[in-house]
Design a protein around this ligand. Structure first.
Ligand SMILES: [Zn+2]
Length: 344
C-alpha cells in the first residue's frame, strides 16, 4: 500500500526552501531529536507573504530564519503567522515573528489556549496528579525521576507566546493572496488542529494531522487521564477523507510532500484498527500500561529514556482508553495501579 503514495518534489536542505507551486514555498528547518526536521510553508499574499508554522523556538531556528529573511520572497513584508497546532516545532517561533514584524497570530482557540497552559508549567514543580498518572501506568521511581527532570521543557522550546491572537474556526475560508484556503479542523493529535485546504489549487497543508511515512502521536496527557483522543483521531481520518479531494498535493509537517491522500488515510485507519485488535488480544490476563508496550511498539521502550517513556505511555493509554470506552476492555485501579483486561 505504501506504493500508493507519490513524492513528486525533492526536499530542500535544512534552512533552505523550494517552490512547490506558484507562490507556495516549502521551508525545511532543523529539529533536535529523532524527527530531525519540520516543514513550514510560505504563501504569497498580495504584496507580502503569510507564514504557516514556524519551527521550534531555539537559537538555531532564529539563526536559520535570519538567513532566510535576506532572500526573496522573505524580504517582502510578512502579513501574518498561521499556526496549525500548539506543539513547539510548529508554534515555537510564532511570538518571535509577531513581535518582530508587528503581525497577528492566527490559530484555533483550543490550540492557542492549550499552548499557553502547557507553557505555564515551565518553572513549576511536577504536579502530584501527573506523578499519580505515571505511577498508575506502572512507572518505577527511576522513570518518575526522568519525568521530573524533563518537566517544564515545553515552555523552554517556544519563544514567549503573543498575548492575543486571531481565532480561526473549522470551515472558515481564509483569503491568502488570490486564493481561498479552507480551515479543516482535526483532533486526536492535538485539541483543535487546523489543516488548510485550497481546492482550486489542489493543495492541502496537513500539519501533523496526516503524515506520509510516520504515524502522528495520539496520546493521553496527565492533565486529562480519561481522555479518549483515539476516538477523535479515527473520526478525523474519516472527516478528512470526506472533506478533501484525493487529487491534492499534501504538504505535511514531516517527511515529504505527497500525492495519495485517501490511500494514506486508509493505511492509517487500517493500521490503527489492527493495533487495537492486537492490544485487545494481549489483555487476556490483566496488564498494566507498561506491560502492553511490547504489543503496540516495534522498538523496545527503555525506562531510562524519559521522553520515549512519556510518548509510549501516552499512546498506550490512548489505545486502552479507547477500548474501555468501546466496551472491549475494563480498567480496575488497585493500590494506585491501573490493570486493564479484556471484556469477554
Ligand atoms: Zn504535533
Amino acid at each position: 500500500m505504501a506504493d500508493a503514495l507519490v513524492y513528486p518534489i525533492a526536499a530542500p536542505a535544512f534552512g533552505g526552501f523550494t517552490p512547490v507551486a506558484p507562490g507556495v514555498w516549502w521551508v525545511r528547518l532543523e529539529l533536535p531529536g529523532p524527527l530531525a526536521h519540520i516543514n513550514v510553508w510560505a504563501l504569497e499574499d498580495g504584496d507580502g507573504w503569510t507564514l504557516v508554522d514556524t519551527g521550534v523556538g531555539s537559537a538555531a531556528t532564529i539563526a536559520a530564519w535570519e538567513q532566510l529573511l535576506h532572500e526573496p520572497p522573505f524580504t517582502q513584508p510578512l502579513k501574518r503567522v498561521i499556526v496549525t497546532h500548539m506543539h513547539p516545532d510548529h508554534v515555537g517561533m510564532a511570538g518571535w515573528f509577531t513581535r518582530r514584524f508587528g503581525v497577528p497570530l492566527w490559530m484555533t482557540r483550543l490550540e492557542y489556549l492549550q499552548c499557553r497552559v502547557a507553557a505555564s508549567d515551565t518553572g513549576r514543580e511536577p504536579p502530584e496528579d501527573a506523578l499519580r498518572f505515571y505511577r498508575a501506568a506502572g512507572w518505577d521511581e527511576a522513570a518518575l525521576g526522568g519525568y521530573r527532570g524533563r518537566f517544564g521543557k515545553f515552555g523552554r522550546n517556544i519563544q514567549p507566546m503573543p498575548d492575543s491572537f486571531r481565532r480561526i474556526v473549522d470551515g472558515e475560508c481564509i483569503r491568502i493572496g488570490e486564493d481561498d484556503w479552507q480551515v479543516i479542523v482535526g483532533t486526536g493529535h492535538s485539541p483543535e488542529h487546523a489543516c488548510l485546504y485550497c481546492a482550486k489549487r489542489q493543495l492541502m497543508i496537513s500539519g501533523d494531522q496526516v503524515l506520509p511515512r510516520i504515524s502522528s502521536n495520539v496520546s493521553v496527557q496527565p492533565m486529562e487521564p480519561l481522555a479518549n483522543p483515539m476516538a477523535d483521531w479515527l473520526a478525523s481520518l474519516a472527516k478528512l477523507r470526506a472533506a478533501i479531494a484525493d487529487d491534492v498535493l499534501v504538504l505535511p509537517s514531516h517527511n515529504e510532500c505527497f500525492r495519495g491522500l485517501h490511500a494514506r488515510l486508509e493505511q492509517l485507519e487500517v493500521g490503527q484498527h489492527e493495533a487495537l485488535d492486537k492490544l485487545r488480544g494481549a489483555l487476556a490476563q490483566p496488564q498494566r500500561v507498561v506491560d502492553v508496550f511490547g504489543s503496540l511498539f516495534r522498538r523496545p521502550i527503555s525506562p531510562d529514556n524519559a521522553s520515549l517513556m512519556g510518548m509510549a505511555t501516552g499512546e498506550a493509554v490512548a489505545c486502552l482508553n479507547y477500548l474501555v470506552a468501546r466496551g472491549g476492555a475494563v480498567r480496575e485501579r488497585r493500590d494506585g495501579l491501573d490493570w486493564f483486561s479484556r471484556r469477554p
